[in-house]
Design a protein around this ligand. Sequence first.
Ligand SMILES: [Ca+2]
Ligand SMILES: [Ca+2]
Ligand SMILES: [Ca+2]
Length: 297
Amino acid sequence: MKKSWGVLVVLSAVFVVLVGCNIKEGNGKSDLQTGKDVSSFDPYKNDPYKKSESRTRQGTSSFDSYEKSESQTVQSVSSLSPDSYEVDDEMSLAKEVGVGETQNRNLHVSTDIDWIKISTMRGKYYIVSNNFGTSRGYLELYDAAGNQKILTNGFTSTLAIVGDGKVWYVKVSSHSVPLSYTVTLEELKPDSYEVDGEMSLAKEIGVGETQNRNFHVSTDIDWIKISTVSGKSYIVSNNFGISEGHIELFNAGGNQKAFRYGSHPTLAILGDGNVWYVKVSSYSAPVSYTVTLKEVP
Ligand SMILES: [Ca+2]
Ligand SMILES: [Ca+2]
Ligand SMILES: [Ca+2]
């Protein structure tokens, strides 16, 4: 008996190598491409929690074969009782996960599908993370009308949801059944400089300092304060990563003096002994960014 398992494992390993070759050559297909149209919706674009694994694009046909061989190996060695959220095999039977909650679930038989419900508030950002341990699982995000918005797979996967005041649904499935998994729902947390949505609430950045900030809701604006010394020059540089943002320079009187936009915008300030302000905003939140202040030598 043990010998035949060894052979199976070796065969699986060889198969993985072959599949890997196929993927490298690339057949131009991906899970996303074979799903419904998702082009107009891509919260991953600016998702600071994005994991490359969750976006892995694989050759669909060969990947499915790999999944099946894996499931044959696992299936005969264990069995699971239905998790406490069953029956939830249809969207209409979805069970809710709350913010800050982690649920222990499983796919107990090969036909098991789990639907999970998420109530969102408009303007808030939600992160759904699933951990399938040593197996691979599929996550599909659906809006309240039943339209599939994202399909992803992996050992761990994260999805970002831009809250719209409606209920969203996550469908969980896998070829490697039975398997246990966890699902966690979190709200994107405000950065440590909040509340700073007005000039009068701006938080100071010192020379040589880099601050890690984010836009935790779509309406978030961050104001930053800079104390200058007359005759010295300063450079403010923002790094929005793969996203883009606006930085605007205001003098102490509240007049806008400069405006930059991009992934890595910078502003120069000629010190006059007064306090200057930088207003940071973005159309494409959720996004984490850094801001750095340097003195020009
Ligand atoms: Ca289940
Ligand atoms: Ca189920
Ligand atoms: Ca902020």
